[in-house]
Design a protein around this ligand. Structure first.
Ligand code: HEM
Length: 479
């Protein structure tokens, strides 16, 4: 047993502690603080002790050596509401229920077999996207790529999850995107109840956050109900089935997970994870990748040459399959480099320590909240030469991968809580980018230069590009 020693803690203010030091983009403020206080620091956020680790060595200790001590999730107001009291995978505590549910979803929903099954859906949506961009290219009009990527993923996930096109539901494109954005904001927003457990709800009531949260839960619930209603009307037993078919079968078969029966609320909580985890994450990555490529014409040209050389002559309707994208080595480096600089969840999803342990000689107490600052790790000059530069070639002869074994690069997290749909996420991003880069050249809007193309981040649980990415598509064979 070693003596008890608390990690370094920046001085805070009475009551709020270090909350005022978080800033609009907490991962960036925490990075600055970690340069002064080190790779393990303790912050007092309201009344909640929170540890931040910011180096590959400390991340490894937390996510691998002591993963079992800290792989639970804290109780937070937004996640509680949206997950029907923690019936989902992402926000539920570490217990038998979570273990069984996660195992089931990995086998049935996120498996390589599922990825193969949804290939035709992706191809169909991609054809539509190529058609619509071709039209814009012929008129030389701007494309909002942030929107296009979100809509592409929403269409694929909705078809895979519900077997329908979301445009045919009560929600149109804009309304659906609003719903997803609002729910994600509710998950990531500052809620006083999370930092002042007994009195915070009063602030949430007065700031309107409580009402917004309720509305978001109600709107999503109405959407799930509509989808479930549609499924119960049809006889879909004979088909391979979509995600919802599978979940309804579990409900009908009175499956038992953990200590209780699988109910309608379990289904809705899992659908929330699929919608919010599945749609935005890949769209955010594709948007950042295209934004970086637009700022780095050398890399853009090189990755396009790789794809075009391998796939052959530009053919209007050519779809690039899974095996072909697998051969695109430089594209994979471009995506890794994008994740290094723009991890989708810069602080991962918060964890909760359930059993004390020591890292770097500091004691981490039970009930502490814990974040891994993967955004800071991606910029650590001890690991990455010229860290601010977008330079995919750094991955040549470097075996650092994104699959949770290398703690220098953790876009999907690591350990027991690693993203269970990593394969689905990687293949979706590769598929989307490969097509847009094969079929079109991309130009910055009139008057915009590489230097003034902004790369500002928006705040939240996920870190997306603050301003939509607008680019002009050009058909490569056009004069
Ligand atoms: C580019 C795509 C994606 C990225 C970068 C990504 C990233 C992440 C990260 C960082 C975590 C948290 C890991 C941790 O806490 O240590 C996570 C968890 C999760 N992701 Fe993903 N994800 C992606 C795609 C998806 C997709 C497509 C789905 C579902 C369809 C999904 C579902 C989930 C779920 C359910 C969890 C919670 C796991 C748990 O707590 O046990 N993700 N993801």
């Amino acid at each position: 047993k070693r003596p008890w020693r608390q990690p370094p803690c920046p001085p805070g203010l009475p009551i709020i502690g270090n909350l005022h030091q978080l800033g609009e983009l907490p991962h960036q403020s925490l990075w600055t603080l970690s340069k002064k206080y080190g790779p393990v620091m303790l912050l007092k956020l309201g009344s909640v002790s929170t540890v931040i680790v910011s180096s590959p060595e400390t991340a490894k200790q937390v996510l691998k050596d002591y993963d079992l001590h800290c792989c639970s999730r804290p109780s937070l107001e937004g996640t509680r509401k949206l997950s029907y009291n923690y019936l989902d995978i992402a926000f539920s505590r570490f217990d038998d229920y979570w273990r069984e549910l996660r195992k089931l979803c990995v086998q049935k929903l996120f498996s390589a077999k599922r990825v193969k099954l949804i290939e035709p859906l992706k191809e169909e949506e991609m054809r539509k996207l190529i058609e619509s961009i071709t039209e814009s290219a012929s008129q030389k009009t701007l494309i909002n790529l942030s929107e296009k990527f979100l809509s592409l993923n929403a269409s694929v996930i909705c078809k895979a999850a519900f077997g329908v096109n979301f445009q045919t539901t009560v929600l149109n494109n804009e309304r659906f995107q609003d719903l997803v954005h609002e729910a994600l904001e509710m998950l990531g927003s500052f809620s006083a109840s999370d930092f002042f457990p007994h009195i915070g709800w009063i602030f949430d009531l007065f700031t309107g956050l409580h009402a917004r949260r309720e509305r978001s839960v109600r709107d999503l619930d109405a959407f799930y109900e509509q989808m479930i209603g549609l499924h119960l009307q049809k006889n879909r037993e004979s088909s391979e089935g979509d995600f919802l078919d599978l979940l309804l079968k579990l409900e009908k078969g009175e499956a038992v997970l953990g200590h209780g029966k699988f109910t309608r609320n379990h289904i809705k909580a899992i659908l929330m994870n699929i919608l919010l985890g599945g749609i935005n994450t890949s769209a955010i990555t594709m948007t950042w990748a295209m934004a970086e490529l637009a700022r780095n014409p050398r890399v853009m040209k090189k990755v396009q040459s790789e794809i075009r050389d391998q796939i052959g002559e530009n053919n209007k309707t050519r779809i690039i399959n899974l095996d072909e994208t697998n051969q695109l080595i430089y594209l994979k480096m471009v995506i890794k480099e994008t994740w290094r600089l723009h991890p989708v969840t810069p602080l991962l999803v918060p964890r909760e320590v359930t059993c004390g342990f020591q890292i770097n000689g500091y004691t981490i107490q039970p009930n502490t909240r814990l974040h891994v600052n993967v955004w800071a790790i991606g910029r650590d000059p001890r690991i990455w030469k010229n860290p601010e530069e977008f330079f995919p070639e750094r991955f040549i002869d470097c075996d650092i991968d994104v699959k949770g074994q290398d703690f220098e690069l953790l876009p999907f997290g690591s350990g027991r809580r690693i993203c269970p749909a990593m394969y689905m996420g990687i293949t979706t991003v590769e598929f989307g980018l490969a097509h847009l880069l094969y079929h079109f050249d991309w130009k910055l809007p009139e008057g915009m230069t590489v230097e003034n193309n902004d790369m500002d981040e928006a705040s939240g649980l996920t870190s997306h590009k603050k301003h939509d990415l607008l680019l002009v598509p050009v058909k490569p064979l056009d004069p």
